[in-house]
Design a protein around this ligand. Structure first.
Ligand code: FES
Length: 381
């Protein structure tokens, strides 16, 4: 039977099913409760006050008799038996307030400083936009639409390889895009990485859209996620947004997240929360730029090794157990929308590789950004 949990002072209500505890309900409701140990019952940080209603809760070393009689409980160890009203105490709320405020993007190194460090950047994204003028079909030249497009692509670029494509849905829209655009279209191509690997058509857009070429860079931190929209023609930063990583309700640090991921449904929940945060960033940036998420042609992300595992839904269990090995250090190039990211169905998400369990893609991205690997000097990042 479902019950209602009413959180104060946020005044947020949420329905829960049997056996769900207050901490889990709060996380679903977007109410911040400090859960340092990820709900293991071992940190004592998640104290709340049950103001009304009945709960099942164990006594705990973190709560003395007097506090227990006042209704103080550990949220992670407390299950409602009836509808309840829960007060999140001020000291927890205070930290929560900070987390509720929109975080500001802060860079340790300004873009200008990076320019000075690195010198002139070479813009070489893994995707390319190409404007094509196709010959319309005639009785003499009656190639099918797709082959006509392929012919134009192979005739227009440096490589004569015929590209491939992911989704049959592209074919459903193709004849109409070609005709409505009077056979003038822009294709977005994902470049084949190896010599024999063909380019891949990501999308076909009517007219010449080469001036609007967007890539998204994500820094997936344990606490904060930052996103930057780039002009892939120039490398210029166009918009940025930051949010708190919504996983934070399931543990403050990477170890607590690993611990939480071992619970039933924990890994799935953590993956969904980080995707939720990424989508918040995409929506905010797209609102500012008045573009659609499907206008973004490539996504690159960097995070520590645990964050990278959780983003892909890969179990991070063995990162915490000697000899501390990750499942992988190079993550496959993934179709972003397959993970639930708001993106065009063919757009890829690249994750910076990790070097070791606790030297992740965030460090690798930093090294790459400032190009310190090219210096013979002893250098500290
Ligand atoms: Fe509840 Fe740590 S004791 S989250």
């Amino acid at each position: 039977m479902s019950k209602t949990v009413h959180f104060l002072p946020d005044n947020i209500k949420i329905e829960i099913q049997d056996k769900e505890n207050i901490l889990s309900a709060a996380a679903r409701a977007g109410v911040y409760i400090n859960a340092y140990c990820g709900g293991n019952g071992t940190c004592g940080k998640c104290k709340i006050i049950v103001q009304e209603g009945q709960t099942a809760a164990q006594k705990s070393q973190f709560i003395n008799e007097a506090d227990f009689s006042q209704g103080i409980r550990l949220a992670c160890q407390c299950q409602p038996l009836t509808d309840v009203i829960i007060q999140v105490p001020a000291e927890i709320g205070k930290e929560g307030q900070a987390l509720k405020r929109q975080p500001k993007t802060t860079r340790a190194i300004s873009s200008r400083a990076i320019d000075e460090l690195v010198g002139k950047k070479r813009i070489d994204p893994p995707v390319e936009k190409r404007f094509l003028k196709l010959n319309p079909p005639t009785l003499e030249d009656n190639l099918p639409d797709l082959q006509r497009l392929m012919r134009a692509i192979t005739g227009s670029g440096p490589h004569a390889k015929e590209p491939t494509y992911d989704h049959p849905e592209m074919l459903q829209a193709l004849p109409f895009i070609l005709r409505e655009a009077d056979w003038e279209v822009t294709v977005i191509l994902l470049r084949g990485k190896r010599e024999r690997e063909p380019d891949r058509i990501i999308s076909v857009e009517p007219g010449d859209t080469t001036a609007n070429f967007y890539g998204l860079a994500l820094d997936i931190g344990t606490t904060t996620i930052d996103g930057v929209l780039l002009n892939l023609n120039s490398g210029e930063i166009l918009a940025e947004s930051s949010v708190h990583n919504a996983q934070i309700s399931y543990g403050e640090d990477v170890i607590s997240r690993i611990v939480y991921s071992q619970r039933q449904g924990g890994l799935d929940r953590l993956q969904k929360r980080v995707i939720y945060s990424i989508n918040e960033i995409i929506q905010s940036i797209c609102r500012d730029m008045i573009i659609s998420p499907s206008d973004i042609s490539y996504i690159m992300s960097a995070g520590n090794t645990v964050m990278s595992h959780l983003l892909m839904g890969i179990d991070p269990k063995f990162l915490r157990e000697a000899p501390y090995v990750p499942v992988c250090s190079q993550f496959p190039l993934t179709i972003a929308s397959d993970l639930g990211v708001m993106a065009h169905p063919s757009v890829r998400l690249f994750q910076y590789p990790a070097i070791a369990s606790y030297v992740g893609g965030d460090i690798v991205a930093g090294v790459h950004a400032c190009q310190m690997h090219k210096s013979a000097l002893l250098t500290l990042l």
